[in-house]
Design a protein around this ligand. Structure first.
Ligand SMILES: [Zn+2]
Length: 413
């Protein structure tokens, strides 16, 4: 395995597809197409070829002695002014995994995938290609999407040889693969590994999310003439609920399985310095890796809001905004991932993923695991995104070890 070669490829890709403001591989655009053409050249050097599916995801197949398949990959698209590692790291590390086996017949089939439009940065729908392959994309939900210039998604797709109404065929194409594992290396995009001073970590799955608006309704009143005991202050009920939700998150967090909650929006009415707020609306975003824990957190938040409403003599109503189930990764692959990281670094920290990834779309279809590489200053989706060179090399080596272990595991299983 040659981690230095992976880093050299990443630097070459960054040189070709970045401006001083960062990576410019916006999905379905010319720079992204150039990145993919360059990548196809690298694949050609191995005597292999890139084959798109109906959703525009690019696949490379290295046939093994068994049709049982290990899938490796990530995405080449970036946000505008993006980082050099988000997505590209996983694709270049996957390329190295193919290189390690290209001159022989591996015991199982290896497939590399470069998902199309993971970021959703142009049209607003993330995980577009992987969702199409997973069967979770409804074409009618995205048919009306346009970018900032007014270009329609359907036209951008056509420009790339993709028909929106045929994208769902990628599901059948994915199902035809005897997929036994999906392995993705990705930059963490957060501060957890850095805070632990660990180069690389095992990802346990992607968080489930419960996102709601909570509206408290009391009575607006004069701030001078209304005694405290007689007030129906909607803001105080909201504030009490927000603090209680933080306690709920603390209560459900363990050292290996943290959960989070955020109140990101608070609006009061009538918004006058001399008026007791009669209405207060706040958002609540709760996230956890365990579905049972997430459900309990939501239940506890309801109880906390009811209590706060009672104590402040106000009413409370909930309005759901969005939710998604947690996507825990495969226990056997998590174990292999731990072994690989442990052998490379002597310690295998485990962490959940706050952001969603293409890997989450694969969870219902096959065993999945991800590995994270350290993010400098926890930054991503910006030109400052980086992993220190030594940590980058360590992460790549650990990932390639994981691929080898998984090939053995699948070949024996
Ligand atoms: Zn990414």
């Amino acid at each position: 395995m040659n981690a230095q070669r992976v880093i050299a490829d990443l630097r070459e890709l960054a040189r070709r597809t970045s401006t001083p403001d960062g990576a410019q591989r916006l999905a379905w655009g010319p720079v992204w197409r150039d990145a993919r053409a360059w990548f196809a050249g690298k694949i050609g050097e191995l005597g292999l070829r890139v084959e798109p599916d109906s959703a525009g995801n690019n696949w490379v197949t290295l046939k093994g002695s068994s049709p049982k398949t290990v899938i490796v990959g990530s995405h080449l698209d970036s946000v505008p002014n993006g980082g050099w590692l988000d997505g590209a790291l996983g694709v270049m590390a996957a390329l190295e995994a193919l290189r390690m086996h290209a001159r022989t017949t591996p015991p199982v089939t290896l497939k590399l995938v470069d998902w199309a439009d993971e970021e959703g940065a142009r049209f607003g729908r993330s995980l577009l290609g992987s969702a199409a392959a997973a069967g979770s994309l409804n074409a009618n939900d995205v048919r009306g999407l346009t970018d900032r210039e007014g270009t329609r998604l359907v036209d951008a797709l056509t420009e790339n040889g993709i028909e929106l109404d045929r994208m769902g065929d990628a599901t059948r194409e994915l199902k035809a693969i005897d997929a036994r594992a999906y392995l993705e290396l990705h930059i963490e995009q957060g501060p957890v590994l850095e805070s632990m001073q660990k180069p690389t970590g095992v990802v346990l799955g992607t968080f489930g999310v419960e996102r709601n608006m909570i509206r408290f309704t009391g009575q607006a009143a004069h701030s001078g003439s209304t005694p405290i005991a007689m007030r129906r202050d909607a803001f105080l009920a909201a504030a009490q609920t927000a603090l209680e939700c933080r306690e709920i998150a603390r209560r459900h967090s363990t050292p290996t399985a943290g959960v989070v909650c955020t109140v990101g929006i608070v609006n009061v009415e009538p918004k006058i310095v001399t008026a007791v707020p009669g209405v207060c609306e706040m958002s609540l975003d709760q996230r956890a890796l365990d579905g049972g824990v997430l459900a309990t957190m939501l239940h506890d938040a309801h109880a906390a809001a009811d209590r706060a409403a009672r104590e402040n003599n106000v009413m409370v109503e909930w309005r759901p905004l969005w939710r998604i189930e947690p996507r825990p990764f495969d226990a056997a692959l998590v174990r292999l991932c731990e072994e690989a990281v442990l052998e490379e670094t002597g310690d295998a920290p485990r962490l959940p993923s706050g952001p969603l990834h293409d890997a989450a779309e694969m969870v219902p279809h096959m065993p999945v695991v991800m590995m994270f590489a350290y993010s400098s200053n926890g930054l991503s989706h910006c030109k400052e995104e980086d992993t220190p060179a030594a940590h980058l090399e360590t992460s790549i080596r650990a990932y390639l070890r994981l691929v080898e272990k998984t090939i053995d595991h699948v070949a024996r299983g």
